[in-house]
Design a protein around this ligand. Structure first.
Ligand SMILES: [Ca+2]
Ligand SMILES: [Ca+2]
Length: 545
């Protein structure tokens, strides 16, 4: 009678069903140089990006109108960030402002526009060389999704088994993860909603559910989408042993993800897929082989931690730990399995975490682009947005409108007389028009760092070695990135004072590619690179020949 047993039965039924879309005999074909290997992603919350029609809500035409600021297709222009790809947070119909509870996986939220607007966005993005991936929230739907409205009608409803129902509340105690029992009463039964009553979990052991979701993903890929960000993959399956529920990281979850990956890659070999495995690296790394990429949550904490503490220890320790988790059985490295980032829509913005310390933010940004894997920038990080003052307790304050101009009403986000759908003031000068015109702005630094990322082949390689230094102090990190014979040395000083002279235990003739606070040109002798001084929060990307 345990639900976990039922789940296993469903999985077996699914594995035994040859007609299931998830089972394809095609083998995955990976292109020799995937487009995402040296790509920089930009995470966009459409509701807060740009409003095109004056209703106070950001929309797809608003994003389309501002693609040139993201990447105008001219690599030499200094008015464009030159990101390679956009992750759009959910754009499907939803009763919530954030969209992480979907009511239709194959259409566009009317707040954001139409399918025609979406097609126009994809066409305009592709014309500039920008790829687009969509947020796919597969774990659960909205409680207002037609599937759930059907399912809740009773035990004989045609879609009853698409969700999990029990005749009585099992009273799980998940207080370590969520605040209450995730079983909710409705029509004389109880349904499972791990995240909330408004987000009933889909039963992924049901073959019809699998087919529906695969259809939806195929629909978007055929429409030109370049991949997906998979939300909350840890929670796809649960298992109950006795009275003890196990709600994350089940064997069925890994198998299911592998099937999704294999099937989509067989049909769309250039599709990029990155998963939210929001956990420590000991857990996240177990998804290696089940998902294409996973976000590096521990690394984000470590990068921000170095910025907060003025010590390089957090990020150095993390990189060494990563190497342990991401070295495969054959000795090969999988460091590019992880997608590094500083913060995302669920976290207090990095500038607020750093106490509005612009120099620490600059050092953190430089470190982000030195990391192995495909880097993601959360919209507004490029400007140093703080978000609202209640960010620690309110997700809304992490997702405020992008400030385009200091002089236009509503920061140029909307022409609505009643203002934007939500807002929080940013410091003077934290807006695109001011920062585009200032070569020393944080936005201009992001533009330069993205250019460095594109220009240095070593930065898209699979190796990253923290290298010993002599002298330099507690804030210093020396990281050697390599890709075949290409090598780039990254130096960063998280301290609030100068390093003084130091040497790095690496050979090669150094050529500075981009730096801040570097005193003099580095030299080399005796298998070491010598640096005379690096300022507080300074950094350098140095090519080694
Ligand atoms: Ca609008
Ligand atoms: Ca689930």
């Amino acid at each position: 009678m345990s639900t976990g047993y039922t789940r296993q039965f469903h999985l077996l039924r699914w594995l035994a069903a040859p007609a299931t879309l998830l089972l394809s005999s095609c083998k995955p074909a990976t292109p020799p140089t995937p487009w995402w290997q040296n790509a920089v992603f930009y995470e966009v919350f459409v509701r807060s990006y740009s409003d095109s029609n004056g209703d106070g809500i950001g929309d797809l035409p608003g994003l389309t109108a501002h693609l040139d600021e993201l990447n105008d297709g001219n690599p030499n222009s200094t008015s464009s960030l030159h990101v390679d790809a956009l992750w759009l947070m959910p754009i499907f119909p939803s009763p919530s402002y954030h969209g992480y509870d979907v009511t239709d996986y194959e259409s566009i939220n009317p707040d954001y526009g139409t399918l025609a607007d979406f097609d126009a966005l994809v066409a305009a993005a592709h014309a500039r060389g920008i790829k687009i991936i969509l947020d796919m929230v597969l774990n659960h739907t909205s409680s207002e999704h037609p599937w759930f409205l059907n399912s809740q009608q009773g035990p004989t409803a045609t879609e009853r088994d698409w969700y999990d129902w029990l005749p009585s509340d099992p009273y799980w105690n998940l207080t370590a993860i969520v605040t209450s029992d995730p079983w909710y009463p409705l029509n004389n039964a109880y349904y499972y909603g791990f995240f909330s009553s408004a987000m009933p979990d889909l039963n992924h052991g049901n073959a019809d559910v699998q087919a529906q979701l695969m259809d939806a993903m195929t629909f978007w890929l055929q429409r030109g989408v370049d991949g997906f960000r998979f939300d909350a993959v840890r929670y796809f399956f649960y298992y109950v042993s006795g009275n003890t529920p196990y709600v994350v990281d089940q064997p069925q979850t890994y198998a299911y993800l592998q099937q999704i990956l294999t099937t989509l890659q067989s049909k769309f070999p250039e599709a990029y897929m990155v998963a939210e495995v929001w956990a420590g690296e000991s857990v996240e790394s177990t998804y290696l082989g089940s998902v294409q990429h996973a976000f590096a949550f521990d690394e984000a904490s470590a990068m921000v931690g170095s910025g907060q503490s003025s010590a390089s220890t957090p990020i150095i320790n993390q990189l060494r730990t990563s190497r342990g988790y991401l070295t495969q059985a054959d000795g090969g490295l999988a460091l590019t399995f992880e997608a590094p980032f500083l913060s995302n829509h669920d976290q207090v913005r990095v500038m607020r975490q750093l106490g509005n310390d612009t120099m620490a933010a600059r050092a953190s940004a430089a470190t982000l682009f030195a990391m192995p894997g495909t880097p993601f920038v959360y919209y507004g990080e490029d400007l140093g947005m703080m978000g609202g003052p209640n960010s620690a307790t309110t997700d809304l304050d992490k997702r405020t409108p992008y400030p385009w101009s200091s002089t236009a009403p509503n920061y140029g986000f909307t022409t609505s007389a009643s203002g934007p759908w939500y807002s929080a003031p940013e410091d003077a000068g934290v807006d695109l028009s001011d920062e585009q015109g200032d070569s020393s702005s944080l936005w201009s630094l992001y533009r330069k760092l993205i250019s460095v990322r594109h220009g240095q082949a070593a930065l898209s390689g699979d190796d990253a070695v923290v290298t010993n230094t002599t002298g330099g102090g507690d804030g210093l990190m020396a990281l050697v990135r390599s890709n075949g014979s290409d090598r780039t040395l990254f130096l960063v000083n998280y301290e609030t004072g100068w390093t003084g002279p130091f040497s790095v235990n690496v050979s090669g003739t150094p050529t500075v590619v981009e730096s801040e606070g570097l005193s003099g040109a580095p030299s080399s002798s005796g298998g070491q690179v010598q640096v005379s001084n690096l300022a507080a929060r300074g950094f350098a990307f140095i090519s080694l020949q």
